[in-house]
Design a protein around this ligand. Structure first.
Ligand SMILES: NC(=O)c1ccc[n+]([C@@H]2O[C@H](COP(=O)([O-])OP(=O)(O)OC[C@H]3O[C@@H](n4cnc5c(N)ncnc54)[C@H](OP(=O)(O)O)[C@@H]3O)[C@@H](O)[C@H]2O)c1
Length: 172
């Protein structure tokens, strides 16, 4: 890729599996490792392999395709607790992916690193049961891929500040 294209501008980590639909208390460690291997470690392997090529771009972007089922807020607000509807191990892998995304955004400040949620999209992942088609599902990914250079970045408060440790996303 380096000899043919010289650099990489955009990396989209899209690969993901739902893995086991077992409830947490019946999931085996192999079930969990299987899901984390693709949804979390896969993202790290691919990202780390591509960082040297992304560093050659003046406008590098990394987009991790995550899911609202990994959001604490969505989980509570939309009651994603039925393991037959939302596979819990998958959900946990996406929560971990969200934090991984935040960590990469701090580790690679010259790049824009974001997560996107396609929403419930008709694909093989859900045997075509999604609520909307792929063209709608890819909107969020396109949106964060083409964020302007001064788009959202994580902003941190010092752990020593009176309000204690926290992180939130805010425009720079
Ligand atoms: N569909 C939804 O409702 C929905 C909602 C929220 C988030 N997402 C996320 O969107 C992303 C795309 O999913 P999708 O809905 O398009 O599912 P999909 O149709 O099942 O596609 C998943 C893709 O990931 C690839 N993949 C899986 N494991 C892999 C591995 N170990 N190494 C390399 N490639 C691997 C698959 O390749 P092969 O075909 O070769 O196996 C396939 O191309 C996933 O990260 C998923 O979690 C989907």
């Amino acid at each position: 890729m380096r000899s043919e294209h010289g650099r990489v501008d955009v990396l989209i980590n899209n690969a993901g599996i739902t893995g086991t639909f077992a409830p947490l208390e019946r999931a085996t460690s192999d079930d969990v490792l299987d899901v984390l291997d693709t949804n979390l470690l896969g993202v790290m392997r691919v990202t780390n392999a591509f960082v040297p090529l992304l560093e050659l771009s003046e406008n590098a972007r990394i987009v991790n395709v995550s899911s609202g089922v990994g959001s604490f807020q969505d989980t509570i607000e939309f009651d994603y607790f039925d393991w037959q509807v939302v596979p819990p191990v998958y959900a946990v892998s996406k929560t971990a992916l969200n934090l991984l995304t935040l960590k990469y955004s701090r580790a690679l400040p010259a790049m824009r690193v974001n997560a996107a949620d396609p929403g419930y999209t008709r694909t093989d992942l859900n045997a075509g049961a999604g609520a909307h088609d792929v063209s709608q599902g890819t909107t969020s990914t396109s949106l964060v891929t083409y964020l302007p250079n001064r788009g959202p970045r994580p902003k941190t408060r010092s752990p020593c500040s009176p309000a204690g440790p926290s992180a939130r996303t805010a425009p720079r």
